[in-house]
Design a binder for this molecule. Structure first.
Ligand code: FPP
Length: 250
């Protein structure tokens, strides 16, 4: 289902973020890439807090892509360690703030320490009713679509019965609405295999700010820009005006 375009000026329910630029930020300071990731965790903390306070319902962060497995093993280990430490260190704060943690991706391929830390925080925050923070880990959009197709074939659904809703139902988190806004930091302007199905109609916000420098003000600026944009979903401006007139006459 396509969102109501009359919500054009409202807050996005779901924001997705490609947190990019940690490595370059560190190199600019003559430091190791891992130093950038460690500072990136500060940005994660700030943005989760800010998004929750603004009333955003879902925040999905691209924390580790399928492609990231080809990075040097030392960097992969450091990232996994950072994840485990952050999850363990933040769980009380997440519960206190009502943040529910969920994850998407090939979670089985993560080290055991990571899987356990994730499960522990997911369990502890399962009853939280504030923002839902979704960590995309060992994730790629093509992987998710491939898994969805496999799952449909296994279910024995006849080809003629398969429609968009069938695919949606077989994606990782079918109950989560599509992101209305995607933010990517560090000046790159690509989707990099992130949420390919779910981003079909999303507004895209690219900023040159590196992820470790991305803070509350930058997030609010992205939301502000989103609220000022007209979302057409393939319709003409005249059709939107007509729809708005019809809606205001009811
Ligand atoms: C991209 O920067 C960033 C990542 C691959 C990892 C992002 C992970 C974190 C910020 C830590 C996650 C922790 C939690 C708690 C979610 P890059 O290394 O690709 O930067 P570059 O493009 O400058 O090389």
């Amino acid at each position: 289902m396509v969102d109501n375009p009359h919500n054009a000026n409202s807050l996005p329910h779901h924001v997705a973020v490609i947190m990019d630029g940690n490595g370059r930020w560190a190199r600019q300071r003559g430091e190791d890439r891992v130093y950038g990731h460690a500072h990136g965790v500060e940005s994660v903390r700030a943005i989760v807090r800010e998004a929750g306070e603004l009333g955003v319902e879902y925040l999905t962060l691209y924390a580790f892509s399928t492609e990231n497995w080809s990075r040097p093993q030392a960097e992969i280990n450091a990232l996994m360690e950072l994840l485990v430490d952050s999850l363990a260190g933040e769980v009380q704060e997440l519960v206190k703030k009502g943040v529910r943690l969920r994850s998407t991706g090939a979670i089985d391929s993560l080290p055991e320490s990571c899987r356990e830390a994730l499960k522990d925080v997911e369990d502890q925050t399962a009853g939280c009713t504030g923002i839902t923070l979704i960590l995309a880990l060992s994730y790629s959009g093509r992987w998710e679509l491939t898994e969805a197709v496999r799952s449909i074939v296994r279910s024995g659904t006849p080809a003629e019965d398969i429609d968009e809703q069938t695919l949606r139902d077989h994606m990782n988190l079918p109950d989560v609405p599509d992101p209305e806004l995607l933010i990517r930091t560090s000046g790159e302007q690509r989707l990099s295999n992130f949420l390919l199905w779910q981003l079909a109609y999303s507004e895209l916000h690219f900023t040159s700010v590196m992820w470790p420098d991305f803070r509350e003000d930058h997030f609010r600026a992205a939301i502000h820009e989103f609220r000022g944009r007209e979302r057409r979903f393939g319709r003409t401006g005249e059709q939107l005006t007509q729809n708005a007139d019809d809606a205001s006459n009811h």
